[in-house]
Ligand binder design. Structure first.
Ligand SMILES: [Zn+2]
Length: 179
């Protein structure tokens, strides 16, 4: 199997790895080796599923037709600017920053959509963060969310043959080209 895996192959790989991880965790918790809080397992699963199907690195192709854009249905067009901004397998396919670019983009899009909605329907408000926002309080939810999201993203990059220092080398190449 040569070349870059298709969206379908990426999905199959991620589903297979999830089954193995879930099976392993279930076995380990049955043997009382680990304790899994159900809500944390749920957060991990949700983030992993979102990372696999809705926030795939291949959204950098969303200016055209790509598998990961189709899962957004009628909202798929919202990712077209992301595809135009990010070159295929560039920054979008780096290990740390790449996944963050899609979260930031999603945040901006949600902000724009709420902003437009509130123009049309003045009653609509962006849900506000609770007044007493503390990192310690959200960490138990944030950790499984980050783990699930990043694991789904890294499996995509591994299947693509992208190494963890890709971003640095990519950046260096750009800098070298400039001089
Ligand atoms: Zn890819």
């Amino acid at each position: 199997m040569g070349g870059v895996p298709s969206g379908r192959v990426h999905n199959l790989i991620n589903i297979a790895v999830f089954s193995v991880v879930a099976g392993g965790v279930l076995l380990a918790s049955n043997q009382n080796i680990v304790t899994v809080v159900p809500t944390q397992a749920l957060y991990f699963t949700l983030a992993y599923v979102a990372g696999t199907f809705l926030l795939s690195p291949d959204l950098d192709l969303a200016e055209g037709h790509v598998n990961s854009k189709r899962y957004w249905g009628v909202l798929g067009f919202l990712w077209a600017p992301y595809g135009m901004i990010f070159s295929h397998r560039g920054l979008s396919h780096t290990w740390i920053l790449g996944p963050l670019t899609r979260l930031a983009y999603l945040g901006i899009m949600v902000g724009i959509v709420f902003g437009l909605l509130s123009l049309v329907f003045p009653g609509v408000r962006v849900p506000a963060l609770p007044q007493s926002f503390s990192f310690a309080a959200i960490w138990p939810a944030l950790l499984p969310l980050l783990l699930g999201y990043y694991l789904s993203q890294w499996l995509h990059l591994i299947a693509d043959g992208v190494r963890p220092d890709h971003g640095m080398r990519h950046g260096m190449r750009k800098i070298r080209k400039r001089f």
